[in-house]
Ligand binder design. Structure first.
Ligand SMILES: [Zn+2]
Length: 254
């Protein structure tokens, strides 16, 4: 069997599957974010429990395609490590590590909604904005592992010529106006507060919009307008023919 682990800032979700891609075994454990020995122990327990010849890991954070160094703000114990090499030396089996958004796009291109498409740009609209490009079944990597990350870089500009200026929010990366500040779940909440002065969570906003609430619908339309422009440019630049969308947030209709 093949063993796969989805390593996030909150949980490590591990599954084993056979050649038919059906999950045969699964275990979800809180991520010991600051303790390398405990982090390794979670994976070692899974390797003990399931006869396997390989461990594949999808992780939050960047994975440098050249030296395998992981950059992860949320999981300090793996930040700065050549994670695959360190785990291979400890667990004594081959280990592959990729960025979780890249893994999502590869899965959709291989087994999911994007089967049959040569070039797939998948996007994640969740806690943040992420993405990945897969061409003919292979992840397109870039220096530093930053390929497909379209959330940072100024996408929103103040527009004093309009009836009201677009909001330019500060981003966690240090810049202002990044797509991440308005395209994520927190982003639509910011836009809703900007338009209407209301505090509401992303799920409530999208549900209200789908139920016909005019103010929530205006927020969703504004969101789609601001996110749609950068996405259109990206699709033209990559020539992707399909865009699988992921993220733990129900997308607004339309
Ligand atoms: Zn940013």
């Amino acid at each position: 069997m093949r063993l796969c682990a989805d390593v996030g800032g909150s949980f490590i979700d591990i599954a084993a599957f056979g050649s038919d891609a059906q999950i045969r075994w699964r275990r979800k454990t809180p991520t010991p974010v600051g303790d390398w020995a405990s982090f390794v122990a979670v994976l070692a327990d899974a390797v003990q429990a399931v006869p396997t010849t390989m461990l594949s890991i999808a992780t939050a954070g960047l994975v440098d395609p050249v030296d395998g160094i992981v950059t992860s703000a949320n999981i300090p114990c793996i930040d700065g490590r050549p994670l695959a090499r360190h785990l291979r030396d400890t667990l004594m089996l081959p280990v592959r590590v990729v960025n979780d958004a890249d893994a999502f796009v590869l899965a959709e291109a291989t087994l999911g909604a994007a089967q049959g498409h040569d070039r797939v740009f998948g996007i994640i609209l969740g806690t943040g904005v992420g993405g990945g490009l897969v061409e003919r079944g292979r992840i397109v990597s870039a220096a530093g592992g930053i390929g497909g990350e379209w959330g940072h870089g100024q996408a929103v500009h103040a527009s004093p010529a309009g009836p009201s200026a677009n909001p330019v929010f500060a981003c966690g990366c240090g810049r202002r106006g990044c797509l991440d500040t308005i395209g994520s779940a927190r982003g639509i909440e910011r836009l809703h507060a900007f338009l209407h002065g209301d505090a509401a969570d992303s799920i409530a906003i999208t549900r209200a919009a789908d139920a016909g609430d005019a103010r929530a619908r205006a927020t969703v339309d504004y969101y789609c307008d601001l996110v749609g422009g950068p996405l259109a440019m990206l699709l033209h630049a990559t020539s992707a023919t399909i865009v699988p969308v992921g993220g733990g947030w129900p997308m607004p209709a339309g």
